[in-house]
Every structure is written in structure tokens, then in C-alpha cells.
Design a protein around this ligand. Structure first.
Ligand code: ATP
Ligand code: MG
Length: 322
């Protein structure tokens, strides 16, 4: 905060100094003008000559005043512009630092907790003679945690690649209806989470990157479930529109306030403060989703669901079937 205060003080001082010098300059000009008028009165040969000389001097002094005011205005505009740019870039830096701190806090936690539970599962299996059924359940839980870690690493690597414009999207013909149906079937098997209900129109085709698109659907459904209660319902709709296919993931969860609806797509952005937040995450999910959607020349929008919750609406260009 200190540099901004210094900048404000400096700008205020420059402004004050400048006004003072402008005032002095105008005052000095007026003095010179008065002397000249006196001089003209003493030396003029006739009354007409005196009048003509006075008019000329008055014109000159007006021009001088205009010059001082004009240059002053340009200077002030430049000063205000410079200060605005500096403050904006400073605020951006502060915001980025805050997000990176959040990211570090969350990623440490995100890595630690599945690792700790995998360790615990393996130790339990090793130390105790468990029934076959229990052992399988423990192994499955450990696999799920390992998958979570794998997803996290994937997300982080992908976000890094995207950040440096290094990700090239494949351009495959995809039966998007069949593709989304397959992903949602997998997602429906995840236990202890909000129920996923699907309405998928048949035979909708697009051109795109299967890996990226499955990540998009996965992230959207994961969010819808994460930010609502396990006893609620998440709805996934895929519908035909005039020039696009429209994918909506709808939940009845906590919703996204209007002033955060754009920001949630920024890298590392998570609503609220990491120290107080209950849900896990790194703030990379929607950044990746947004990147994937733009990479497919589509659009994404967060809108309010009724009576509460969020709808993430994605429109992707439809493949024209010949
Ligand atoms: P990650 O996806 O990287 O594990 P994350 O879910 O926190 O972490 P994003 O998916 O990018 O990150 O979402 C950013 C933020 O937007 C979330 O932290 C959450 O505050 C808000 N958000 C996203 N989806 C929803 C939703 N369906 N309902 C309410 N809030 C949401
Ligand atoms: Mg997410």
C-alpha cells in the first residue's frame, strides 16, 4: 500500500507546484503587460497609434494565457493518465499476489490430504488382516485419491501450458451427444455426491479435442456438485441451437454473486478467502474450462439458476452436416 500512498502524495505535490507556477507565470505576464501599456502611453505618437498598439498587446497577452492554460491542461491529463496506469498495474500485482498466495495455500492442502489418506489406507491394509471386501473398498478409495492427485497435476500442467499458449487443440469430428453421455455415465457412479440427471439430445456433432472437452464437462459437473449439497440435484442438458450446441450444467447450490460471475474464470480465482473457505480447490478449473471453450470458438456464461444456484452455459459451434 505504501507505494500507492507515495504516488498520491507525489501527484498531489506536482499538482500544487504546477498550479503555483502557472499562477506566477500568468501574474508575471500581467505585470509585463501593464509595463508595456504604460510604455506605449508614454511613447505613442498619436492616439490612434496608442490604441492600435494596446489592442496588439492585449491580443498577445491573451495568447500567452491560452498557451499557459493549454499546456497546463495537457500536462494535467498526462499526469492523471500516468497515475491511473500506475495504480491499475499496482492493483493487478496485488490481486495476482493474493491469488498466488491462495493458490499455494490450497495446492499444499490439496496435495497433502489425498497423500495422507492413501498412506493411511495402505498402512491399514498392511498392518491389519482385513476381510477381502473391506480391503477392496480401501484399495478403491486409495485409487480414487490417487486419481484426485492425478487430476490436480493434470490441471496444473495444463493451466501452465495454456498460460504459455503451448496447448494445441486437436480437431476431431465428435458425436458430442454420445461423448457427453459417456462422460456423464462415469460421473454418475461417483458416490456421496449430488445426483446427476441428464437430458441429452441425440446426434449433435462438433469438431474439437476430446481430451480437453472431457476435462471441460468434468470440471463443470465437479463444480456444480462441490458448491451444492450432496442431497441436491445437478442437471446436465445438451441441446441443439441454431448454430451451436448448448451444454448447460445446472445446480441448486450456493450460487455466484453478480460481481464474481466474470472473475471466476480468472486463473487461481476462488470466491472468498482461502483461510476461511471450506471447499477444496485451486481456482484453476474454470480458467481451464474457459480456455477450452475459447479454443473451440465457443462461449461460456455463468447465470443464476432458479430458485437458487448456478447455470454454466456453454455454446460450441455446431458441425454442419452435409
Ligand atoms: P479447482 O476447480 O481448481 O479444483 P475451484 O473449484 O475452486 O478449484 P474453479 O472451478 O475455477 O476453482 O472455480 C472458481 C470459483 O468459482 C470457485 O472457487 C467457486 O467459488 C466459484 N464457483 C465455480 N462454480 C460454481 C458453482 N457451480 N456454484 C457456485 N460457485 C461456483
Ligand atoms: Mg472447480
Amino acid at each position: 500500500m505504501r507505494p500507492v500512498i507515495f504516488l498520491y502524495v507525489l501527484a498531489f505535490y506536482i499538482l500544487l507546484q504546477f498550479s503555483w507556477w502557472a499562477y506566477l507565470l500568468i501574474d508575471l505576464n500581467n505585470e509585463v503587460f501593464e509595463h508595456r501599456i504604460e510604455n506605449v502611453a508614454l511613447t505613442a505618437v498619436s492616439e490612434e497609434a496608442k490604441q492600435a498598439e494596446t489592442i496588439l498587446l492585449e491580443k498577445k497577452i491573451r495568447q500567452r494565457h491560452l498557451m499557459v492554460i493549454g499546456e497546463g491542461a495537457v500536462f494535467l491529463i498526462l499526469l492523471a493518465w500516468g497515475a491511473a496506469i500506475s495504480i491499475r498495474s499496482f492493483n493487478k500485482e496485488v490481486e495476482l499476489a493474493r491469488q498466488q498466495k491462495n493458490f499455494l495455500l490450497s495446492i499444499t492442502h490439496e496435495f497433502k490430504s489425498p497423500l495422507a489418506s492413501i498412506k493411511l489406507y495402505l498402512e491399514t491394509i498392511l498392518k491389519h488382516k482385513l476381510e477381502k471386501e473391506k480391503e477392496t473398498a480401501f484399495i478403491n478409495s486409495a485409487i480414487r485419491d490417487a486419481e484426485r492427485l492425478d487430476n490436480l497435476v493434470e490441471n496444473t500442467l495444463l493451466a501452465n501450458l495454456m498460460d504459455h499458449q503451448g496447448y494445441k487443440f486437436a480437431k476431431e469430428e465428435i458425436n458430442f451427444s454420445a461423448f457427453v453421455r459417456l462422460i456423464s455415465q462415469k460421473l454418475q457412479t461417483i458416490p456421496n455426491q449430488a445426483k446427476l440427471i441428464c437430458h441429452i439430445e441425440d446426434n449433435l456433432f462438433i469438431i474439437g479435442d476430446k481430451n480437453a472437452l472431457s476435462m471441460m464437462v468434468f470440471n463443470l459437473v465437479e463444480n456444480a456438485r462441490k458448491y451444492s449439497t450432496p442431497d441436491s440435484i445437478v442437471e446436465l442438458r445438451l441441446e441443439d441451437r441454431k448454430n451451436s450446441v448448448e451444454l448447460c450444467v445446472m445446480d441448486n447450490g450456493i450460487g455466484i454473486p453478480d460481481n464474481e460471475k466474470q472473475k471466476v474464470f480468472h486463473r487461481f480465482y476462488r470466491i472468498g478467502n482461502e483461510e476461511k473457505r471450506k471447499t477444496k480447490g485451486t481456482g484453476l478449473g474454470l480458467f481451464i474450462v474457459n480456455y477450452i471453450v475459447s479454443g473451440h470458438k465457443g462461449t461460456i456464461k455463468a447465470i443464476d439458476n432458479k430458485p437458487k444456484g448456478t447455470i454454466m452455459k456453454v455454446n460450441l459451434p455446431k458441425m454442419q452436416l452435409s
